[in-house]
Design a protein around this ligand. Structure first.
Ligand code: GLY
Length: 253
């Protein structure tokens, strides 16, 4: 169960965020409303939500998930692989001092972003991507082992982050699209398959037996509902324009 969530409001500079989506610039006012609705959806799942003010210095800083890995026993501050995002993690480090006694820090030349880390119980899958390198993953696994956890790396080709294409919904259920549907590392999970047309919906978040699903992906929504989850649909169209999904917008612990 999660009890806490940290989010950061988008700043006006979000219109200059990194993107490959080809969906145009986000509408800032609309993004703010969508962000408020996202926070309300999280509160409905029974968590306390800490809302940080926008940080205009970093256009992508609303995607807080990338700045840390939060577990029951420790927090690990990441080192983002995207040049324009380096530094976002420093303020999150300060915030996390209010929640954690054990805080570790990933160091150069290691880079890693939280979007590449998927927690499955006490095991953490770490995607090797353009943002997360081998050194970053190795440092992360070493920290995890120090606290009694395990980690393994997942090679993949087509996605920005590991969790762009795969999401763990607890109960051995894994939402997967594209190359992750038949990925040998995930063969023991019950795969809930997401079609290529709805691949954006492979990034959902489980929060206390609710699943937050992006609005507008009915096939995915129905498949998740059939697996027995309570669904909350959240419109995140403006964040999608920056390659961001539901998980990217929060740190859950
Ligand atoms: N725009 C989100 C990211 O690229 O990190």
């Amino acid at each position: 169960m999660f009890t806490n969530v940290i989010v950061r409001k988008p700043g006006q500079s979000m219109v200059n965020g990194i993107t490959t989506a080809n969906l145009g610039k986000p509408d800032y006012e609309k993004a703010l409303k969508q962000h408020d609705n996202y926070v309300e959806a999280l509160k409905q799942c029974g968590v306390n939500v800490t809302v940080l003010e926008a940080d205009e210095k970093y256009p992508d800083s609303c995607f807080v998930e990338d700045t840390a890995l939060l577990t029951k026993k420790c927090a690990v501050i990441t080192n983002p692989g995207a040049g324009s995002r380096k530094g976002e993690e420093k303020e999150i480090h300060e915030v996390l001092k209010g929640f954690y006694d054990n805080i570790e820090v990933i160091k150069e030349p290691g880079t890693i972003e939280g979007g590449d880390i998927m927690m499955v119980g006490d095991h953490f899958y770490i995607g090797l991507s353009a943002r997360t390198n081998k050194e970053g993953a190795e440092q992360m696994i070493e920290y995890l082992q120090k606290y009694g956890y395990t980690g393994s790396t997942v090679p993949f080709e087509k996605f920005l982050h590991l969790k762009t294409g795969v999401s763990y919904l607890e109960h051995n259920n894994l939402l997967a699209t594209g190359e992750f549907i038949d990925h040998p590392m995930f063969k023991d999970f019950n795969i809930i398959e997401i079609s290529e047309e709805e691949s954006y919906a492979a990034n959902c978040i489980w929060v206390n037996d609710y699943v937050l699903v992006p609005k507008g992906f009915d096939e995915a929504k129905n498949a998740i509902a059939e697996a027995g989850y309570r669904i909350i649909e959240v419109d995140v169209s403006e964040f999608r324009k920056l390659d961001g999904g539901l998980s990217c917008l929060s740190l859950r612990f």
